[in-house]
Design a protein around this ligand. Structure first.
Ligand code: SF4
Length: 399
């Protein structure tokens, strides 16, 4: 059986955060129910299109999936189990935000096999949470974390952010200290990115440009300060026993996120739900991004109408077969995000050619410059290589 991963998108949030450009919005319960019914139809449809697959991980992301009532989450996971063959040891993760969980909900989660939770804290400083437009304060997070542990979850991620407006090393230290004291198994530390189309873009766009140009900024940290915050996070988490296994991800006791490692290793995945991306048989595809159109496709399938399009799924709005060159580039871009990099043998197994025959001169040059190293059949970026990973990875583009 072919191992695959499932990503399931829940595009609902209690309120839109000011920096967020994810495909999510505020919808009432009626729309949530309509969407989940459509999602279950797509799950069944995709399972029929992909027989012979073994699901190794499920990641329910968003949005705020935990905002759904427990019967809707139950319907989603039960439909996956009824439609696909699921590895008995599958990792099943759900994203949640402080204030969207209850003891009852968590009990249902456990009973349907959800075994990993990812909580979006972002900061332990209430003033920073306010700036970000989050719905919670730090106390609310503590309450949620306590509920999660009491419900018996022993694989928990906490998301934090660096590079926030007015963030200092002292403020970041407070967040890191507060989080590591709770001993979650996993911490993701992302840098704030000012995305077009968000209220943050309107407010901080000039600062963001100055930051990129290495100039003095007004509210965002300068480029140099951002680097200091990033380094501080790395060193602090290492001192507390969290091992960095990807540019922004840290785990203790080996509790890495198997789903994300699958992405970086190019394990085939199916994206189910609004705007989700899939990679299967070397074809990259994206689902439609209009929620009403998405629901109508499922409703047409349910009513037995012909929904065939020229693409291989009626849910797709785009589909592209990757060339060997595209796939090789992607192998390097994604694989080198991992701290242990890529295996020469995996490259050969994927493409039938030695990695040096394609990238030999680039690898030699990067090793010579100290950006890359090799050990036990693996190639990986050094610390200074990771610091300038955008420039380094761009060298792996093929003409
Ligand atoms: S909760 Fe997450 S997905 Fe929803 S608006 Fe905030 S950052 Fe975006």
């Amino acid at each position: 059986m072919t191992p695959i991963e499932l990503y399931i998108h829940i595009p609902f949030c209690v309120k839109k955060c000011l920096y967020c450009d994810f495909l999510s919005g505020v919808f009432d319960e009626k729309m949530q129910r309509r969407y989940v019914a459509a999602l279950c139809t797509e799950i069944k449809y995709q399972a029929k299109l992909h027989p012979g697959c073994l699901v190794s991980t499920i990641y329910v992301g968003g949005g705020t999936p935990a905002w759904l009532s427990e019967d809707l989450m139950d319907a989603i996971i039960t439909t996956v189990k009824q439609s696909f063959k699921l590895d008995p040891l599958a990792e099943i993760s759900v994203e949640c935000n402080p204030g969207t969980l209850s003891a009852e909900k968590l009990n249902v989660y456990r009973s349907i096999g959800i075994n990993r939770l990812s909580i979006g804290l972002q900061s332990a400083n209430d003033d920073e949470l306010k700036i970000l437009g989050r719905i919670h304060d730090y106390n609310r997070f503590l309450h949620t974390f306590d509920l999660v542990r009491k419900a018996g979850f022993d694989n928990v991620n906490v998301d934090i952010m660096t590079g926030l407006p007015h963030q200092t090393v002292q403020k970041l230290e407070k967040t890191l200290n507060a989080v590591t004291m709770l001993r979650p198994e996993h911490i993701s530390a992302y840098s704030l990115i000012i995305e077009k189309g968000t209220p943050f873009y309107e407010k901080y766009k000039f600062d963001a440009v100055k930051q990129q140009a290495g100039m003095d900024t007004e509210e965002l940290p300068t480029d140099e300060e951002s680097y200091r915050l990033y380094k501080f996070t790395m060193d602090y988490l290492a001192s507390k026993g969290y091992e960095r296994y990807e540019i922004s991800n840290y785990a203790r006791n080996g509790k890495i996120c198997r789903h994300n490692v699958g992405y970086w290793d190019r394990v085939p995945y199916l994206g189910i739900g609004l705007g989700s991306a899939s990679l299967y048989n070397n074809v990259r595809a994206n689902n439609v991004r209009d929620i009403y159109k998405y629901c109508e496709i499922s409703e047409a399938i349910e009513s037995g109408k012909n929904v065939q399009t020229e693409l291989s799924s009626p849910y797709f709005e785009s589909e592209e077969e990757l060339s060997k060159k595209d796939a090789m580039e992607e192998f390097m871009f994604l694989g080198l995000r991992k701290i242990n990099g890529v295996a020469r043998q995996d490259f050969f197994n994927s493409f039938g050619i030695e990695i040096d025959a394609i990238y030999g001169p680039i690898i030699t040059a990067l090793r010579h410059q100290g950006f890359m190293d090799a050990k036990e059949g693996r190639l990986f970026l050094t610390d200074i290589g990771i610091d300038v990973s955008n420039q380094v990875l761009s060298k792996f583009l093929l003409d």
